[in-house]
Design a binder for this molecule. Structure first.
Ligand SMILES: Cc1cc2nc3c(=O)[nH]c(=O)nc-3n(C[C@H](O)[C@H](O)[C@H](O)COP(=O)(O)O)c2cc1C
Length: 355
């Protein structure tokens, strides 16, 4: 299928129930039905972090490829890196359907998935089989709904995946697992990070350790945010991902599906998540790299995340509306934004708003 023809097919995919459309998208990717663009990674988009070079800073956020089935296809679509998961130790089916809603009018998504995934073993075997040097792949770790020791789930995840993945993400910010976000509190967070990082260090190879990033919610008090910054730096976290979906429902929403419970993502999350990103850049004093996520749908949005402090950017919801071609479009627009403001590279623009 020629590139561009896809634009005509996508609207029909959107007529399907949101979760069916997601399954169809995975099928189409696995079956090579989605055309692959020519690689476009000009040197000004390269970012070196944690001993790796990201060919561009636009990544695929967690939740699209929960079971590590299409990460290589998404790298082929032009993403600079892919985060698979969230994955929990044991497989679990998640919440009852329907649990995924498109808010077409608001360019937003609400999900109440609840960590449906095939579990560590299935995901580990797929990551293990990947092509060496085939691109940067992170694994986002979650906990089972019925687990009695949350930190133990993350310890096991770090032990299994740190030899396999390029980076790990501790996700304690999804709104659909009861009690999960309470782990962002100072004391539970300290314990969780200390235990997970120790588990990672226990399997560290001579090549150095696998970076561990912490993914946080946008719905945090000022006290939460300053505690998270301090505890993360003290514990030796390698980066923060800001942010997960929000439980808020801004007044601007007009789509009837806005009444659904769960996490809201996409356009209405942009401002809120960018504000938290900016605050965390200040709170961490630029000491740990930040990944900006939430409502990015064009190069300008990615650029805003970067000047507010993001070293890397991720997206998911915008792809629901625009298809995977979005990675290519954003990269080209981002180059234009950098040029227009006189930056020679992404790296020069990181945190520029704070200078
Ligand atoms: C359907 C769906 C499933 C998601 N699942 C996960 C998940 O398993 N783990 C996670 O950390 N984030 C998950 N997210 C959150 C995204 O990774 C991202 O943080 C959020 O959607 C904001 O980015 P966006 O506005 O570009 O979508 C999910 C989001 C959506 C829409």
């Amino acid at each position: 299928m020629p590139r561009g023809l896809y634009k005509f097919i996508w609207p029909f995919v959107r007529l399907l129930d949101a979760e069916q459309a997601h399954s169809l998208a995975l099928f189409a990717l696995k079956s090579n039905l989605i055309p692959v663009p020519k690689p476009y990674n000009p040197p000004e988009l390269g970012v070196s972090l944690w001993g790796m070079t990201f060919p561009n800073p636009i990544g695929l956020a967690a939740g699209f490829d929960k079971n590590a089935e299409v990460f290589e296809k998404m790298l082929d679509q032009g993403f600079g890196f892919v985060e698979v998961g969230s994955v929990t130790p044991r497989p679990q089916s998640g919440n009852p359907r329907p649990r995924l809603f498109r808010l077409e009018k608001d360019r937003a998504v609400i999900n109440q998935m609840g960590f449906n995934n095939q579990g560590h073993a299935a995901v580990a075997s797929r990551i293990n089989a990947r092509t060496p040097d085939g691109g940067i792949v992170g694994v986002n770790l979650g906990k089972n709904k019925d687990s009695s020791d949350a930190a133990a789930d993350y310890e096991v995840g770090a032990t299994i995946f740190s030899p396999l993945a390029d980076f790990l993400v501790i996700n304690i910010s999804s709104p659909n697992t009861p009690g999960l976000r309470a782990l962002q509190g100072q004391e539970p967070l300290k314990e969780l990070l200390t235990r997970t990082i120790a588990a990672r260090d226990g399997v560290a190879s001579s090549g150095g350790h696998t970076p561990i990033l912490l993914k946080i919610a946008p719905d945090l008090t000022d006290e939460d945010k300053s505690d998270i910054a301090k505890v993360s730096i003290d514990a030796g976290v390698d980066g923060l991902i800001i942010s997960n979906t929000t439980i808020e429902r801004p007044d601007t929403l007009t789509d009837p599906a806005r009444v659904e419970g769960g996490g809201l993502s996409g356009r209405p999350l942009f401002e809120m998540s960018t504000r938290v990103l900016s605050e965390m850049y200040v709170a961490t004093d630029g000491k740990i790299p930040l990944v900006g996520v939430g409502g990015v749908e064009d190069g300008r949005g990615a650029y805003e995340k970067i000047i507010n402090g993001a070293s890397l950017v991720e997206l998911y919801s915008a792809m629901v509306f625009a298809g995977p071609e979005i990675a290519e479009t954003i990269k080209r627009e981002l180059v234009d934004c950098l040029k227009a403001d006189g930056y020679e590279s992404v790296v020069d623009a990181i945190g520029a708003k704070h200078r």
